[in-house]
Write a protein that binds this ligand. Structure first.
Ligand code: SF4
Length: 271
């Protein structure tokens, strides 16, 4: 009897977790200027990592180094991209645009997302489930639900900006098929503000990075449009706090001139 009750409670808890509703922004508005029609996939999109540019073409190589290759299915250079609603930043170079971050959204359960991913594997040979933003870590308390539903033979990838909020314990996100990008958007107060139009909260930044380094999952660091005069000093700070390891596979993301941002009155000129 007791065993039966415990089983039922477990089933109910599992159902509650898969019933969580993700706010998904379909590709819309100005974003459509940069996304090829053939890459649209329902409310999602397929991304050929090698076409994307900006440095992300290194992703398959980094994945192979960090996670291995032979155990995975699908193409590690082909991503199924889920774009989540909301972002706490306002970067002038944001090709997702306000349309994609704060436009119309639809609700999807975790099971619906992983089912759509599987379809992308069958139809397009996608090997990577990419949870993108906005700021995907605004949903970090639910990332493990996707990992739980995604078979280990596929790669999970998402991004940390370190400033969304104080992260929970990250041990649930440490998986043999999960690799994360830590995106640093400024190496000084001024640099962060220039890129994001927001003040940086260094306390949250370092607390989150500590969690990633000391008990977290596999990650690599990217620097978006950093102040190159201060980049080396900042890297040294990272080395002093952690070790050289923390910069393994890191790279600078170059800005791309997206069509969505050309002749756009809303586009803030870079300061
Ligand atoms: S963090 Fe990313 S999604 Fe948010 S505004 Fe900046 S570039 Fe756009």
């Amino acid at each position: 009897m007791i065993v039966e009750c415990v089983k039922n409670v477990i089933i109910i808890l599992k159902n509650v977790s898969v019933m969580y509703k993700w706010k998904v922004c379909p590709i819309q508005g100005r974003q459509l200027k940069d996304v090829r029609k053939e890459d649209l996939f329902g409310d999602f999109r397929i991304c050929d990592t090698y076409r994307g540019g900006g440095g992300y073409d290194q992703f398959p190589k980094i994945t192979a180094k960090r996670l291995g290759v032979s155990q995975f299915k699908g193409d590690p250079g082909k991503q199924f991209v889920v774009q989540l609603y909301g972002c706490h930043l306002n970067c002038s170079y944001c090709y997702v645009t306000a349309d994609g971050i704060r436009g119309e959204f639809k609700n999807y359960t975790t099971l619906e997302l992983t089912d759509w991913f599987y379809r992308s594997y069958v139809e397009h040979n996608c090997g990577v489930f990419h949870l993108m933003g906005g700021s995907p870590a605004l949903y970090i308390d639910h990332w493990h639900e996707i990992l739980h539903n995604l078979p280990n033979k596929f790669i999970f990838h998402s991004d940390f900006l370190l400033t969304e909020k104080l992260y929970p314990n990250l041990s649930k996100l440490k998986r043999p098929n999960a690799l994360y990008a830590v995106n640093i958007k400024g190496v000084t107060d001024e640099d962060y503000y220039r890129n994001t139009a927001n003040k940086i909260d260094w306390e949250t930044f370092w607390a989150n990075l500590d969690k990633l380094v000391f008990n977290g999952p596999e990650f690599y660091i990217t620097f978006t449009n950093p102040d190159l005069k201060n980049l080396d000093r900042f890297k040294q700070k990272l080395i002093n706090r952690y070790s050289e390891e923390v910069l393994k596979d890191s790279f600078v993301i170059d800005l791309i001139k997206y069509e969505a941002l050309k002749n756009d009155k809303d586009f803030r000129k870079q300061r």
